[in-house]
Design a protein around this ligand. Structure first.
Ligand SMILES: Nc1nc2c(c(=O)[nH]1)N[C@H]1C(S)=C(S)[C@@H](COP(=O)(O)O)O[C@H]1N2
Ligand SMILES: [Mo]
Length: 310
């Protein structure tokens, strides 16, 4: 198993030296983007703030994908369909103030401020593999909170069998939403037991700083054993449901994208193989592992035909 069990949490800061270098790189990047992309943005809309987090035991020791690739090679269709579009266009999104509507089968529905959600439990750093359904992968040092800690706070009832997530709908700041590439808002969902699994994570940062908009600021899901599209960005609504929620990619192409979307090298996408992947920054493809190497989740799917429930 590629998960390292490093023992108890420590209060180490996350790579402060690297952070300094990366911030310089980031500043250079914003200058290169030019006035057109940034003139309309207040600095707080684009600047990342440093974050402290304890290292979690749920961490891979693999080589990190460089910050530059993590923040410039993105899928975030609300800002365009090309990999470079999110970094170029997402600076306009205002992520403060930010609220999340919580509704459905729970005892504590309401509209919650981001700041209050962040107080639910201490920030952790987790280095996870991310495998996109397109056949590429990265290793990203996320900072965030276990999803279970957040969901428990709203006291889901016994009727809550699934949890649904929605991305913000704001076409004035998300130019991709002016075109019907997907049915907006972007939606995702998990079965309740998947959502409560200790590996399911709500990220608010990466590489020791708050998320840049292109990575799903201010808060996005990270479900490392599933294809990347399950890891919905810029979440503005969480709903506890009795029935399986519709997801954006399932609505768009149900024969290609299922609800579960567990990484599975044995089940090909109808148009390409899922047996291997290209780690961004490497040239030789590597084998894709079942559940993206997170075999400890297999029990969630005991007795299920993963060809049928793709
Ligand atoms: N709202 C929203 N969330 C999204 C997407 C999107 O287009 N819109 N793309 C998904 C896909 S396909 C991937 S691979 C990951 C990419 O996350 P990253 O850009 O932070 O690496 O985000 C996912 N979350
Ligand atoms: Mo993806």
């Amino acid at each position: 198993m590629l998960i390292r069990h490093a023992g108890d949490l420590t209060e180490n800061d996350v790579t402060p030296h690297g952070l300094y270098l990366r911030r310089r790189e980031f500043m250079a990047g914003t200058i290169a983007l030019g006035a057109a992309g940034l003139a309309a943005c207040a600095p707080e809309d684009v600047a990342a703030a440093p974050l402290k987090a304890a290292k979690s035991r749920y961490t891979t020791t693999e080589k990190l994908t460089p910050f530059k690739d993590v923040t410039t090679y993105n899928n975030f269709y609300e800002f365009g369909v090309d990999k470079s579009d999110p970094a170029a266009n997402a600076g306009k999104l205002k992520t403060r103030p930010w609220t999340v509507k919580v509704d459905g089968a729970c005892a504590k529905p309401g509209t919650y401020n981001l700041e209050d959600i962040l107080k639910i439990s201490p920030l952790q750093e987790r280095i996870y593999r991310l495998r996109c359904v397109e056949g590429w992968s990265m290793v990203i040092p996320w900072i965030g909170i276990p999803l279970a800690d957040i969901l428990k706070r709203y006291q889901p009832t016994s009727k809550a069998k699934f949890v649904a997530f929605e991305t913000l709908l704001r076409p004035s700041e998300m130019p991709g939403q002016r075109r019907a590439v997907l049915q907006w808002p972007y939606r995702e969902g998990l079965r309740m037991d998947e959502a409560m699994h200790p590996l399911a994570f709500m990220a608010v940062g990466l590489y020791g700083q708050t998320l840049l908009n292109q990575n799903g600021a201010p808060m996005r899901l990270v479900v490392p054993w599933k294809y990347g599209f399950k890891s919905i960005k810029s979440i503005s609504r969480i709903s506890f449901t009795e029935t399986q929620p519709k997801t954006a990619w399932q609505l768009s192409a149900p024969q290609e994208y299922g609800f579960y979307s567990n990484v599975n090298p044995a089940v090909d996408h109808p148009r390409w193989s899922q047996a291997s992947e290209r780690r961004i920054g490497e040239f030789i493809r590597r084998k894709t592992l079942p559940f993206n190497g997170y075999g400890e989740v297999a029990g969630l799917y005991a007795g299920m035909d993963l060809r049928k429930f793709y």
